[in-house]
Unconditional design. Structure first.
Ligand SMILES: [Zn+2]
Length: 547
């Protein structure tokens, strides 16, 4: 069992939902269709998108759902693609000499602002440790400094990433939101910083500079916002560790010593007495893709919502394999999740409406950085403080039945109690999440909701198969990761074993239906990074969160 405080029994006891009748035939048929070659790998904003959307809408209709966006099935998602070029070196200077660092080899940067030219000039550098502001932990790496006009130099991950256990303020080796690079840029912007530079380090980052370099050069994708990103920093980027060492040395400091200091509560930001400049041009291209939204109105409390989400998009045409096949079909990732959305919708329609409304959201642009779910969560059709919680489904693995499941992200919220009841009812066991240091909870569509306070399930099936045990399960999972993940061979086969997926989807049905038939408002645990956000949203809402 995962570490964490034992939970009290849930306050309300809820009648277990009827055993769902999940149609495996429907899931087979939909997965096959969605991953067929003529859907070309479902790349968003391409000629194939309308065909894919029409098919999903037809399936949602056939399942008995109603259009979920004020009589319409679609929610347009306006996006912007920004590609930087002509970058100048990063120049850092002070009383002594000026240092120059090359774009690509030494540093990378991009702008979250929609602007044709980015220029950071003579911006004072401040070392802000891990760049974390966590009021619930009494931790603020920005304490006492006004970041306006300044550039934050930030360590990657969080203070206790190297721990062997999951104990500690930042949950030891387990990744927290505060350890994700996305958080660090968001917080730097909230602090009013002009720019933010993360110090790359291979072990805590979990990938080398080559990955940073390739993902931060070339086109970057964002959701369009009314202010064109004016509330963001001018530039976000990464610097190589030796670059950071050189900069700190020029400031008369030492990176290792400051890193050690930053691991302790009460750390104060350190102005470096140096100024940084950088600049680049931006090519801007705007386009629109779409989320599909269906709803099954609740019978007694239709203005309270339970959410199911899954992404319909995939990579489209991609690098060809040895056979010359260049269509990344995305059968597992995530035709299975869309098929599961329809199958769960159909089972709920057949069981009759729940007390609360259930929303079925097929989001776009997950593969470009969770943009479809981000747009929905930033522009919710159903208010988030009236959204009880939900389940996200991404890449259901065809394999035989398993003995156990795990909560991705660990025991973060009252949803754990619902999960454990459902497991007990299904005769399944619970195992801790594999590789909790990788932070999977922060890397799919549920996270767009979680970071705004909505408790979301992300549940994983263990590889410990009923027949063949872990050896057999690991073999299937490794084969997928090595040979088929994000590759042209992620294709449907009539030989797939659907038993594991059927079991997963039965569990997902039960989790959502339990929430939809209850009057509980699950919250995050007191020490969780999203608790204060949910409490604030609920306090501000009229009639929200069961008040
Ligand atoms: Zn996926």
């Amino acid at each position: 069992m995962p570490k964490g405080t034992a939970l009290p029994p849930p306050e309300e006891t809820v009648a277990a939902p009827r055993q769902p009748d999940i149609s495996v035939d429907l899931m087979k048929q939909m997965t096959k269709r969605l991953s067929a070659d003529d859907f070309e790998g479902r790349a968003p904003s391409t000629a194939v998108e309308p065909k894919v959307l029409d098919y999903i809408i037809a399936q949602f209709k056939a399942a008995g759902l109603q259009p979920g966006n004020d009589g319409k099935w679609l929610q347009p998602v306006p996006t912007v693609e920004i590609t930087a070029s002509n970058a100048t070196p990063l120049q850092v200077g002070g009383p002594a000499a000026m240092m120059k660092f090359d774009f690509g080899n030494d540093y990378v940067a991009a702008s979250y602002r929609v602007t044709s030219h980015t220029k950071v000039e003579d911006s004072e550098l401040v070392f802000v440790g891990y760049g974390i502001n966590a009021p619930e932990l009494g931790w603020n790496d920005y304490a006492g400094v006004d970041m306006h006009g300044k550039t934050a130099v930030i360590l990657v991950n969080d203070p206790d990433y190297a721990s062997e256990t999951e104990d500690g303020l930042f949950k030891g080796r387990r990744m927290t939101y505060y350890g994700r690079w996305t958080y660090k840029f968001e917080e730097a912007a909230r602090q009013g910083a002009t720019a933010a530079l993360i110090v790359h380090d291979t072990f805590p980052a979990a990938y080398g500079w080559n990955v940073v370099n390739s993902s931060w050069t070339g086109a970057q994708y964002y959701v369009q916002t009314p202010d064109d990103g004016a509330d963001q920093t001018k530039a976000n980027g990464w610097i190589q560790k030796p670059v950071a060492q050189a900069i700190l040395q020029a400031a008369g400091k030492n990176l290792a010593a400051l890193t050690e200091a930053a691991k302790h509560k009460g750390f104060k930001p350190v102005p470096l007495g140096l100024k940084a400049s950088l600049g680049f041009d931006n090519a801007i291209r705007k386009s629109t893709s779409n989320n599909v939204v269906g709803v099954l109105p609740g019978k007694t409390r239709p203005d309270e919502y339970v959410l199911y989400s899954g992404h319909w998009d995939h990579l489209g045409h991609c690098t060809p394999d040895d056979t010359g096949d260049d269509i990344c079909n995305g059968a597992v990732d995530n035709a299975t999740g869309i098929a599961a959305l329809a199958a769960i919708a159909k089972a709920n329609v057949e069981a009759g409406p729940a007390d609360r409304s259930q929303v079925f959201l097929a989001v776009t642009l997950e593969e470009s950085g969770l943009l479809g779910s981000e747009f929905y969560a930033a522009n919710p059709i159903y208010p988030l403080d009236h959204t009880v919680g939900g389940v996200n489904m991404d890449a259901l693995m065809p394999s035989p039945r398993s003995r156990s499941h795990s909560m991705t992200g660990g025991d973060k919220s009252d949803l754990t109690a619902v999960f454990r009841e459902a497991l007990a009812d299904e005769g399944l066991g619970e195992v801790p999440e594999d590789h909790s240091e990788r932070g999977y909870y922060y890397r799919s569509d549920h996270f767009s909701f979680a970071k705004r306070g909505v408790p979301m399930f992300d549940v994983g099936r263990s590889t410990d198969l009923v027949e063949g045990g872990k050896a057999a399960g690991d073999k299937i999972s490794e084969d997928y990761t090595t040979n088929h993940y994000h590759a042209p061979s992620d294709e449907y086969s009539d030989d797939w074993n659907w038993d594991g997926i059927a079991e997963d989807v039965g569990l997902y049905y039960r989790l959502g239906r339990t929430l939809a038939d209850s009057d509980m408002w699950p919250n995050w645990h007191e020490s969780d990074e999203f608790r204060a956000i949910r409490d604030k949203a609920c306090a501000a809402a009229t009639g929200g969160c069961h008040k």
